[in-house]
Design a protein around this ligand. Structure first.
Ligand SMILES: Cc1cc2nc3c(=O)[nH]c(=O)nc-3n(C[C@H](O)[C@H](O)[C@H](O)COP(=O)(O)O)c2cc1C
Length: 348
């Protein structure tokens, strides 16, 4: 792979993801979910705790920064900002696709610095489902070891691979490869979408695969059909550009995708991302069965203003979640997740 064009593509992704028209706003389904207000919570606000667990590890919050970028100097800077802020707040951190590092080997010095800045952060490495056909397990181990990752995240992005001018839409045999990886890796494997969600049928096929968690990453936030359509247009790939606009609302909404997972894979650790924009959105998803909630685009936007601003943005999301917990009478996210009839679909 040509590193220069890879880097240009990754930079384009970062810029295009920040444009409002590349979000599938209003489509998560979260606007039609309400949590039941508790007028007399038997609690003081100071008693509220955000403590939760992630992949069997204690966590200060049920929040993570979802995979954004990796594999070039600019990406290391962004991941360093994320890492510093996560060290302060205790959020987990998903690294973006490490496709280029899988081929060329990880940049050990950059990861060493990031690890030094975030010794306690639960870091997750990331590769694409379409790379599984050719990925060497030893090279995957190298990626994980260099950052002392606690898990490997596999991203599924069929829509993006179709519409990306340089896409590799090769998914044949992926379910079997994911199961094999879960058996062989020796570390938790997490599967995520990238903003198009999971159907019940896909999730049922994953039952018994050995995944440690699934991040349903549904429709309603960053949309790769829109982003790749814009990129294709800028390099005059008229077919992919035009096709991308046709698929601008493709995907399974975040709420529906989470419900699919709750029913198809009971007992599986479920995370929710895709258009999660506030601590209240997160509270709704926790009430519906997610144990962790993730943010990509808004965390990137906040990080552009530096680690301090990012920490302030994170603390705001935490305060919103605490407020939702207090006003539903729940002392922590676990209690909210188990509370009967705490969420309902709005009638109007
Ligand atoms: C700029 C950008 C780059 C992304 N790159 C990756 C990636 O490399 N690997 C991955 O698994 N997901 C990637 N994602 C997808 C996110 O992890 C997430 O699933 C999706 O953006 C939905 O969350 P959001 O609406 O909060 O952005 C990226 C998202 C953004 C905004």
């Amino acid at each position: 792979m040509d590193q220069k064009s890879y880097e240009r593509r990754k930079r384009d992704h970062l810029q295009l993801a920040l444009r409002p028209e590349n979000e599938a706003r209003g489509l998560t389904g979260l606007d039609s979910i309400v949590l039941e207000h508790e007028a007399l919570p038997d609690l003081d606000f100071e008693e509220i705790s955000l403590s939760s667990t992630i992949l069997g590890n204690p966590s200060k919050t049920p929040f993570f920064i979802a995979a954004v970028t990796a594999g070039f100097a600019g990406a290391s800077e962004i991941n360093m900002t994320f890492a510093r802020a996560c060290q302060k707040t205790g959020w987990a951190l998903g690294i973006g696709s490490q496709r280029s590092e899988l081929e060329a080997g990880p940049d050990a010095s950059a990861w060493k610095l990031i690890r030094e800045a975030a010794p306690d952060v639960l870091l997750m490495a990331n590769i694409g489902a379409s790379q599984l056909a050719t990925a060497d397990i030893e090279k995957i181990h190298d990626l994980l070891a260099v950052m002392r990752a606690k898990a490997l995240v596999i991203h599924a992005n069929p829509l993006q691979e179709c519409l990306q001018p340089e896409g590799t839409a090769q998914f044949k045999g992926t379910t079997g490869r994911i199961s094999a990886l879960c058996r062989e890796l020796g570390l938790p494997v997490v599967l995520k979408e990238t903003g198009c969600g999971f159907s019940t049928a896909t999730l049922k096929r994953l039952s018994g695969a050995g995944l440690a968690a699934i991040d349903i990453s549904g429709l309603g936030g960053t949309h790769w059909g829109r982003i790749e359509s814009a990129r294709a247009g800028s390099i005059k790939d008229h077919i992919k550009s035009s096709a991308g606009t046709t698929f601008a609302t493709w995907g399974i909404p975040t709420v529906e995708s989470l419900q699919n997972a709750v029913h198809a894979l009971p007992g599986t650790e479920l995370w929710a991302s895709g258009g999660v924009r506030s601590g209240l959105d997160a509270a709704k998803l926790i009430a519906m069965g997610a144990s962790q909630t993730g943010f990509a685009r808004p965390a990137l936007e906040a990080a552009m203003a530096g680690a301090e601003k990012l920490v302030e943005w994170m603390k705001t999301r935490e305060y919103e979640l605490k407020t939702a917990l207090f006003c539903t009478g729940c002392r922590n996210p676990d209690v909210l997740g188990k509370k009967e009839n705490v969420w309902k679909t709005k009638c109007n």
